[in-house]
Design a protein around this ligand. Structure first.
Ligand code: 8X3
Length: 250
């Protein structure tokens, strides 16, 4: 069998695009909560590669462990882990923040990444081979107004990737982070709880990145020769200079 890539949050957006682009190089384990969407993606990609579906909530350690243990033995030798699952919920000053939103972000962006990585990494360490790609954000590099808990969760991802790189270097495992800026996916619709006007205004007057642009970078990173580690890559749209500086044509 080909090398195996395990992608979380593969049912939409950046994760789905990563699955499509890695199908050329890997057998895939695509993970998410929405089985119908994963099934459609599997149908699409099965002509190119072998695909397994796992449905679980990354925020539940019991579900993560049970799902990974349910894989046939030959599928448990995961070479490339892409920790993509995560989201933003709400955009408000901390003093008006909704605790449920905070918990949702901490559960998926931080705890989810930890649970999945904790389950998969020991096998990589034992085999002394593997790649971990954490999809972070420009929000993991720069905090911005009303970003508070989302930024904190992504700063956490940044710290985890940096620690992992130190811990894994002796085991020949590459830990990388890809940090997107504005990408036109369902991200803003989720952040603004389905408010289309607010979601659209984020990308209005500028050309945001597409999910495929991030998938290209991930594919490039994981197909570098083994001695190369694309450790930390921030990817912005041409008209975005920083988390808060976006040039818009009105
Ligand atoms: C998403 C990018 O700029 O909304 O992680 O924080 S941003």
């Amino acid at each position: 069998m080909q090398k195996i890539a395990f992608i979380t949050g593969a049912s939409s957006g950046i994760g789905q695009a990563i699955a499509r682009s890695l199908a050329e190089h890997f057998a895939l384990i695509i993970c998410g909560r929405r089985i119908e969407r994963l099934q459609e993606l599997k149908n699409e990609l099965s002509a190119k590669t072998e695909v397994q579906i796992l449905t679980f909530d990354v925020g539940s350690k019991a579900e993560v462990d049970a799902a990974i243990e349910s894989l046939p033995t030959e599928w448990q030798k995961i070479h490339t882990l892409v920790n993509n699952a995560g989201n933003a919920h709400g955009r408000a000053p901390l003093h008006e923040g909704d605790v449920n939103d905070w918990e949702a972000m901490i559960d998926s962006n931080l705890k989810g990444l930890l649970y999945v990585t904790r389950a998969i990494l020991p096998g990589m360490v034992e085999r002394k081979i593997g790649d971990v790609v954490n999809i972070s954000s420009i929000a993991g590099k720069e905090a911005y107004e009303n970003g508070n808990v989302y930024c904190a969760s992504k700063f956490g991802v940044d710290a985890l990737t940096k620690s992992m790189r130190q811990e894994l270097v002796q085991h020949n495992i590459r830990a990388m982070s890809v940090n997107p800026g504005l990408v036109n996916t369902e991200f803003s619709m989720v952040r603004f709880k389905g408010d289309e006007d607010q979601a659209e205004s984020v990308y209005k007057g500028m050309e945001p990145l597409l999910a495929e642009d991030i998938a290209d970078v991930v594919q490039f990173a994981v197909t570098r020769p083994a001695h190369v580690n694309l450790a930390d890559v921030t990817v912005l749209a041409r008209s975005q200079a920083s988390a808060t500086k976006v040039h818009k044509n009105n």
